[in-house]
Write a protein that binds this ligand. Sequence first.
Ligand SMILES: [Fe+2]
Length: 483
Amino acid sequence: MTLHVDRIDLATAAETGVNPYLAGPYTPTHDELTLGDLEVVGEIPADLNGVYVRNGPNPQHEPDGRYHWFDGDGMVHAVHIADGQATYRNRWVRTSGFEREREAGAPLWKGIIEPPAGNPPGEPEKDTANTDVLFHNERLLALWYRAGKPYALDPVTLETLGAEDFDGTLRCEVSAHAKADERTGELMFFDYGTKRPYMRYGVVSPQGVVSHFIGVDLPGPRLPHDMAITARHSILMDLPLYNDPEAARHGRFKLFFDRDMPSRFGVIPRFGASCKIRWFEAAPCFIYHSVNAWDEGDEVVLDVCRVKQPEPRNDLAGPLANVLSYLRLDAHMHRYRFNLRTGKTVEQTIDDDNSEFPSINNRVLGTRSRYAYNMHISPESTLLFDGLMKYDVHTGAAETHWFGDGRWGSEAPFAPRPGADGEDDGYLVSYVYDEREGRSDVEVLDARDVTAGPLCRIKLPVRVPIGFHATWVPGEKLPGGSA
Ligand SMILES: [Fe+2]
């Protein structure tokens, strides 16, 4: 694979056809490593124990055809912190597609920008499990944005344990974003597809079996990415972004945003039957990620990062125009209030700055919360994060830690402090790629004061390519019960 060390900007990419998502901060890595004895600048907090793990695309072979950032095989990068020491590990997620391509020594699939003809029969896309990683029932689950098999991983060794079917009870796929409720131990999930009812929703019990499963009738195939939960409800999304039906008839994929179709949000009791779902209409939009949701009187409140311009910007030419257009993200913090008594929706902008990949303290997931920790999107042309924002979601006020010139951050999960006193009593942990040094740090921030800068930098001798979602597994939840 040809590796370009330097970051490629949008204009250069369009002009030269060099794919920026295989270059600079995105350059795939081919080594699976376990590295201890890491250099630390500052001091790792003595009460920070657990595993920070992030998923992302990392193709094992040189791509066949045009590469889209979403195509790469899932690779997890973890830093296990215990007793002031840190160990880094990275491992590919051993999906079925990964293993088959490993055996073949070459790609069996082309990426999503290329026509699917020639891909393995019945599998137009490779399920890469490359998008999210969450912790439930003592294991990590690596999930894929198109809805696929959840792959279970050991949270310490990162070994792939296999496709998780929850003791044979899983009857659908699982989308990238499912929600683990720490208070009850339940996992709420959905999938979506091209066949009726187009969406399904379920709950995995704390014991690890699917205990509730229903169809969710949508008017047609959609491309929802996330859901939300409150203590009592789940919220599903029917948004007016979908595959152009004309393109679909010809077996192709072309995103279409219908500005005449409202957004719809389905509010359903956690264990509700299909007939109990209540749909609330709002202005047309697209949403990748919810921040949090909660019940408040007659209302269900939902905070999200709302995409400002869902249509691809067709302002680029050249072979990579599609790839580059789809990956320009403009989103801002936004609030919906769905009134269960009146059926009305009220929506408002919380802040219009450009941010995404939100994290919260998962202990307050589904309950009224105050803080969100978002990645600030750089005005650079490819999707890069130049700062970590701490939002007060009720005022829209934000404090920002800027990573510095040529330093790009990564979704920063919240690590609660043992015996925490307050929602923001804990740490934020983020990979930061330094493009001048060609390697990454792990920055640890005090969530109560992000502008003070990192409490420590764990220096990795390697590069962690820019990727997608991350989570924090507290040490006491690891198998064996200690970090
Ligand atoms: Fe996502």
